[in-house]
Design a protein around this ligand. Sequence first.
Ligand SMILES: O=C(O)CCC(=O)C(=O)O
Ligand SMILES: [Fe+2]
Length: 525
Amino acid sequence: MREDIEKYRRMSGVKSDSFQDLEATPHWEAYETGVQHYDADEYLQAVARLEESLSEALSALEECRALCEGPQEDEDEEEKMQPGLYEAIAGTHYIQVLKCRQQCVLEIATKPGRISATEDFIPSHLDLLQFAYSQVGNQTLAAECAASYLLFYPTDEPMLEKMKQYRTELGEDVASIEHYVQRSLMEKKLIYYAVEHLGETFNDPDLWTPDELIPENLREKHSLLMPLCACFSAGALPFEGIAVTMDSQQMNGSQRVVFDRVLTESECKDLLRLTKAAGEAGDGYRARRSPHTPHERFEGLTVLKAVQLAQNGDVEWRDAKLLLQASEKSRKIIESYFTPGKKLHFSFTHLVCRRAVDGEQEGRMDLSHPVHADNCLLDPEGQECWKEPPAYVYRDYSAILYLNDDFQGGGLFFTEMDTVTVTAEVHPKCGRLVAFSSGKENPHGVWAVRRGRRCAIALWYTHSAEHAEQVKERVWWPCHWFSLCRPSLEASSLFLPCPGHEWRAVPGKTGIPVTVRYSKPCPGG
Ligand SMILES: O=C(O)CCC(=O)C(=O)O
Ligand SMILES: [Fe+2]
């Protein structure tokens, strides 16, 4: 259904107000139209709608807070110790009321029908309003919004800078936000006291809570929830000959990059040979059509399947090995470029081809892959991307390593959150690796493949060891397949020996096997 809506949205003459959200609440309705006006540089309309949204949101918040009074249900109650009188009053009742009040901000920041909240909902209103007011020449109100924003983030440099410019024109009316912030801080203080001394737990819904207020042993956990600030500079790459062809700036976005010469022509040829097996025996969609469009056939092969095929003698070992090497090489490049010092695990690896179905290309309006983000559900009207299932929310970085260019169409493109304003395009070719963060900052899609077959290795990475790709971690690969053995692979206790070859693990100091010895090299090794 989402794809259908996206298709209608692309049709000429269809406007955003042709779609009506029957579940919208007053503040959400105002917020979404406010943001749309803001994005269209219509600042006068934007301020009106965002002011309305802010005031509706604050009154929805009051209503929600009022409902926190009265008996509380505690899901964990059974497991807790029976409270004494003091704990009963302080912990079981009062702290529960405070926690409930604190959670209200999540309730109002969650769009009806969604399960996750928009981060920083109230402060982001102030940020947008501050800019919009300054654009319409109302410096006094812009200053008020900046001052209100600073109540949440008192050390925010860009806002402090703006504040300096506005200072002379500053009005006094920041009272409602000041009250909101002060009251919330008092509540947090009490809750964190209960967390430290009464064994309470608390998921702080706000990003702006000052560190000093959070007990030291909880700080790191809180900061993990903060948005990741990735490093944009290329730095030295661990592989020679690889070039950065386009960076975020050249691609008009953030956390986007294109590398060339990651594979040689002959490596592409070998991997394309493997894709033939993907068509015949892969774990894509076999003879069925693409999951995205009936005009294309989609073939896929996972790493585990490639190994199984190699074991059965259906594909060459060295081609299966090349698939693994190429994915590891890409992982290293991307880790060193975007997150130096912070481990990126494989989340999923798929060798995929999209083939135009003969005779069905006339008047195609569809895309080979509709516009989407890789770790959240895009909501173009709301200019949001919901990090909730069925999206793969744990994916942090995405990459596509292209194998060929002998087809028509099939370009990768990035858009704004509206899914229609194209900001950058990447033309696939052998050895070209495009990588980008998997979130809402990078909506992307693939133009229809109108002729021929477009093949690539699609790669997704995660920081979360918990969500690391099971296949690669389960398979014990021969060490000589890599120039450097991967600790995560070495530490694995299951492995898949090459047929007829003996494998032996040599325990390291910690008892974890660190080396793999084998009696004879694997075929193709
Ligand atoms: O093949 C491409 O260029 C992009 C594919 C993609 O975005 C995806 O599979 O999520
Ligand atoms: Fe994608």
